[in-house]
Design a protein around this ligand. Sequence first.
Ligand SMILES: NC(=O)c1ccc[n+]([C@@H]2O[C@H](COP(=O)([O-])OP(=O)(O)OC[C@H]3O[C@@H](n4cnc5c(N)ncnc54)[C@H](O)[C@@H]3O)[C@@H](O)[C@H]2O)c1
Length: 446
Amino acid sequence: MKIAIIGTGYVGSVTGACFAEMGNSVICVDKDQNKIDQFKSGKVPLHEKGLDELVERNLKNKTLSFSTDFEDALKKSDIIFIAVGTPPNEDGSADLSHVLDVARSIGQNIDHSLIVVDKSTVPVGTADLVKKTIAEEQKKRNSDFPFFVVSNPEFLAQGTAVKDFLEPSRVVVGADDQKVIETMQELYAPFMRREGRFYAMDPKTAETVKYAANSFLAAKISVNNELANICARVGADFDQVRRAIGADPRIGEPFMYAGPGFGGSCFPKDVKALVKIAKDHDYNAEMFMQTLATNEKQKFVLANMVIEKFGDNLQSKIFSVWGLAFKAGTDDMRESSAITIINELIKKGATIKTHDPEAMAMAKTPAYFGDNQNISYFENKYDTLDGADALLIITEWKDFRAPDFEEIKKRLKQPTIFDGRLLYDPKKMKGLGFEYYSIGRGTSEL
Ligand SMILES: NC(=O)c1ccc[n+]([C@@H]2O[C@H](COP(=O)([O-])OP(=O)(O)OC[C@H]3O[C@@H](n4cnc5c(N)ncnc54)[C@H](O)[C@@H]3O)[C@@H](O)[C@H]2O)c1
């Protein structure tokens, strides 16, 4: 099929590359010239495992191309995917301006029958709004080309996005037209040869599925963090608690972790958006409000442990911080707990020496720490330790899971670790001579 993808962020670029991998002809469009130039030269401007190879191969095969020319891409396509950002507005609602910009451009340029697929995460009713917007633009220029609007929310997770897209746990399509549903099923068939689940439904239900999925997962994290904080106070080990309760299939083993709170571009914004959608329909979604409140509190737990040990005045204290990305496998720092933790320590006077395998370039941009003189960055994680009073682990990168503890001990001023990801065994750490503080594991230092 001939496909245009509008927006080449984490979702658009992975979607485009994966459709191209299956033999479709795909043009990925972005308004960011710099991004497109990088993609064109085979350099993927974001970190996502396996994406470089897919882009390189499909650029070479000519099944994939990148462009800033929206009109040209639309002319050459039968299906156009909207995969632009939907960041939160002040009131928690999703900012639809990018989605509606694209809808207007479609209405202004459509010159043949088209399926318009909304892959961005959007509030319930957006498919209707996109339809109306395209129709209005067509009316202005006295055209009436047929088009269908489909909701096709995306469930990939950053860090495993390519794998998630190639082997989806499910594909959800919301459309009113049976023929369009069949076309979408055909498009996704190559990804569903093993155990695919294709769910067709109406657009509003499909739009709700995405918010429901992310709000459920975010709530699961907040429940686990709450349990971990209780464990820490009563002297229990959350790591063992989560394994034992996860053995109950009604609870389940996957996604049972405690940590420094969820971040990223999706969970915080999507839970906020669902709360706002509910409010707009006269319903107080208290469970999800609490999910957010618990998460905000959780972002301070690790910093509070440090303050508990070193006192409120951290002038002259140096902390080594491993991990800046909101989770392992990505360079994305949107709403990362690292931002809250580092800012809190700096506010108290501390100096930070940090390493992240992928997110340091992002951290140095003005959106995050810019040229903040209280932070320095190191390519080698061990170099952050020299002269530091303690090591804080914020992101669960594989590279942090089995480090050289002797080297850590040798380089730190005192052998103290604050582990936000429960990476190490407390008994082993004690045996190695570390003062080891970990979220959710029998320390009362919260
Ligand atoms: N990141 C995820 O893990 C994930 C997972 C599932 C769903 N989603 C949803 O998918 C959507 C995209 O997310 P993302 O993380 O890929 O966003 P992103 O911010 O990484 O990328 C969005 C891209 O859209 C481009 N863009 C904006 N307006 C445009 C326009 N008018 N024309 C062309 N390009 C335009 C931007 O330049 C940017 O490159 C969001 O709604 C998000 O909630 C994200």
